[in-house]
Design a protein around this ligand. Structure first.
Ligand code: NAD
Length: 327
């Protein structure tokens, strides 16, 4: 088995890479380095104690992909490369469609051409949108509240379609909720090049620069007025990919699985928990609501537990504590 890992040097990709190497899988990492740095490869090697095979390239480049498939005899793909900022997606709809939807199409064509029919896909809770009631299971209505979520849903549809072709493509779409935390080694974390307004990226920035972190609205219909989200540790997410490989090998066509903590936390609650655990005071400013945000989003993860035995083991305290190491 040789796994092609796209988005390998990104935040989640690098954690998945470490997890795969530590379990002795053969992995080829690719990334166009638009939102990550090549130095991540050395960190992955230091943590795993294994060589990290990396090729720089773009998932929309079919010539590049066919070279990689031919050279490395790829049997499985874990596809994380994408653009992920919901606000930027509204300003750059075509670019987001091109990477997140056309990129998947190009990748699937390269897989078929190389007789590779197994793929794990990084989807998102954003496919559900504002209509689904939390905790949301995988059968909840999918009605994205923003363009980013729409691109993820369109990519999932491409995977569903592939399951009906001959030979069928088998895929597991992992719908991550809000991924946070750092690797316990302190060597890996979110190293976004593009400025990120995710809560924990803002917390990390505030710790280093003392910039106030933005709370986007405090008059939502939630107990304390701030948005409620499901924060799940990046190492638990990484482990989810290993567990999902087994389902892929059972050859069940398309499956979607939530990866979340199963607990909803408000922005204010997370900030207070962070301050209590780390004894750091965070400067905050309340600003307007963002277009495309929803009030409450947290997961029902029973299906993942039943089908692949996945259970997150890290707590919010583990997530918060990890940011102190990075200072
Ligand atoms: P990230 O930006 O850190 O990683 C994505 C990587 O993909 C980056 O290294 C970037 O350089 C690369 N990339 C982008 N476009 C590319 C292209 N055209 N060709 C090759 N490489 C390309 O983001 P992340 O947080 O690690 O997210 C990984 C995946 O998980 C994405 O698909 C994202 O949509 C999804 N996701 C993330 C979260 C989260 O909370 N971070 C939640 C839900 C889903």
């Amino acid at each position: 088995m040789t796994i092609l890992l796209t988005g390998a040097t990104g935040y989640i990709g690098s954690h998945v890479w470490v997890e795969l190497l530590q379990r002795s899988f053969d992995v080829v990492g690719i990334d166009n380095l638009s939102n990550s740095k090549i130095e991540v490869c050395s960190a992955v090697e230091r943590i795993s104690g294994k060589g990290a095979t990396f090729v720089k390239g773009d998932i929309r480049d079919s010539a590049f992909l066919s070279q990689v498939f031919a050279k490395h005899s790829i049997t499985h793909v874990i596809h994380l490369a994408a653009l992920k900022d919901a606000q930027e997606a509204l300003r750059n709809k075509d670019e987001y469609f091109d990477v997140n939807v056309n990129g998947v199409k190009t990748l699937l064509a390269a897989m078929r051409a190389s007789d590779c029919h197994k793929i794990i896909f990084s989807s998102s809770a954003a496919v559900y949108g504002g209509k689904a009631i939390s905790p949301m299971g995988e059968s909840a209505e999918t009605s994205p509240a923003n363009w980013y979520g729409e691109t993820k849903l369109k990519a999932e549809q491409l995977l569903r379609d592939e399951a009906f072709k001959l030979p069928p493509m088998h895929s597991v779409s992992l719908r991550y909720f809000n991924v946070a935390g750092r690797h316990p080694s302190g060597l890996l974390g979110s190293s976004s090049i593009v400025a990120s307004l995710s809560l924990f990226d803002q917390i990390e920035k505030a710790l280093k620069s003392n910039d106030a972190l933005c709370v986007f609205g405090d008059d939502w219909h939630t107990p304390d007025g701030t948005c409620v989200r499901d924060y799940v540790h990046v190492c638990d997410i990484a482990k989810g990919h290993i567990d999902a490989l087994k389902l892929l090998d059972e050859g069940k066509g398309f499956s979607a699985l939530n990866l979340g903590s199963g607990t909803g936390r408000s922005v204010k609650e997370v900030i207070s928990a962070f301050e209590a655990i780390t004894e750091c005071l965070l400067p905050i400013k309340v600003v307007g609501k963002r277009v495309g945000d929803v009030a409450v989003s947290y997961a029902d993860c029973k299906k993942g537990e039943e089908l692949i035995g996945w259970n997150p083991t890290r707590t919010l305290a583990d997530i918060c504590g990890g940011y102190l190491q990075g200072l």
